[in-house]
Design a protein around this ligand. Structure first.
Ligand SMILES: Nc1ncnc2c1ncn2[C@@H]1O[C@H](COP(=O)(O)OP(=O)(O)OP(=O)(O)O)[C@@H](O)[C@H]1O
Ligand SMILES: [Mg+2]
Length: 257
């Protein structure tokens, strides 16, 4: 029997913490480790879509149609420059999804239903969430096996986390009993910053924090404007090795479990 692909939500309702950078580069790094990976862009900002070389305005369908049940993953997935990495893009109409789903009793389960047909075709399905805890993130949490939480070590980092934890708990106790935070990924880390180190220690008291820490690295910020994951843009950069190490750590952890 084909192994069912694992569904990973990259979520944190705080903006700009590295969700999309993580979703794109974790996915590419998993492909380098010979996994078949699908990214689903669930953010109307379409950053993962652009970052993987697709112009959101050049495609007429994406995760919006997926959530409404108007098209299947098979119809919506695009190949990327990296063989083995596919993406369901986000188009600008995704901003309206909340309103579109409002009268649907099974609104939170739309994504789960939609990806069921391809779970044996991918080893990982990685969901890039928007910076909110609305319908899109709830759909991701309901569909996921676990959550990876990117976190930038700054003063208010932990404050928002309790809201995310509450939301994950609610989904766990209603629609997805197996759901958990797999770990917190420290991103844009600057080891010379004392506050960053203090926040990191505090996070470790409450959560499993991955051993891999993603450094602040300009290559990671540049790569999306070339429509490439960093491993194709500058494989020798510290950002690239950071995400390759993270993919390895994740795979080793899952194998051991
Ligand atoms: N490790 C890093 N080093 C340097 N720049 C980074 C790093 N990670 C992310 N960035 C940059 O920081 C900005 C925010 O990152 P990103 O878009 O991944 O965050 P996000 O959580 O997805 O944001 P949003 O909440 O808006 O979706 C982007 O410009 C990105 O290129
Ligand atoms: Mg993003």
């Amino acid at each position: 029997m084909a192994r069912m692909g694992r569904v990973v939500a990259v979520a944190n309702q705080k903006g700009g913490v590295g969700k999309t950078t993580t979703a794109v580069n974790l996915s590419a790094s998993l492909v380098v480790a010979e996994q078949r990976v699908l990214v689903i862009d669930l953010d109307p900002q379409s950053n993962a879509t652009t970052g993987l070389g697709i112009s959101p305005r050049s495609v007429d369908r994406g995760s919006y149609q997926l959530l409404l049940g108007q098209a299947s993953v098979t119809e919506l997935a695009h190949p990327t420059e990296l063989p083995g990495l596919d993406i369901v893009p986000a188009t600008p109409d995704l901003v309206a999804i909340e309103r579109e789903l409002i009268d649907e009793p099974d609104a939170p389960q739309k994504l789960k239903q939609a990806i069921a047909e391809v779970r044996d075709r991918y080893d990982f399905i990685v969901l890039d969430c928007p910076p909110s805890l609305g319908t899109l993130t709830i759909n991701a949490l309901v569909a996921s096996d676990f959550v990876v939480v990117p976190l930038q070590c700054e003063y208010y980092a932990l404050e928002g986390l309790s809201q995310l934890v509450d939301t994950i708990d609610r989904v766990k106790h209603s629609l997805n009993p197996g759901l958990s935070i797999h770990g917190v990924l420290l991103t844009m880390f600057d080891p010379r910053n004392n506050l960053a180190n203090e926040v990191a220690d505090e996070v470790r008291r409450h959560f499993h924090v991955y051993e891999t820490i993603i450094p602040r690295n300009v290559r990671l910020a540049e790569a999306p404007s070339y429509g490439k994951p960093v491993v194709l843009y500058d494989a020798s950069s510290r950002g690239s090795s950071g995400y390759l190490n993270f993919a390895r750590e994740l795979l080793d952890g899952l194998e051991a479990a």
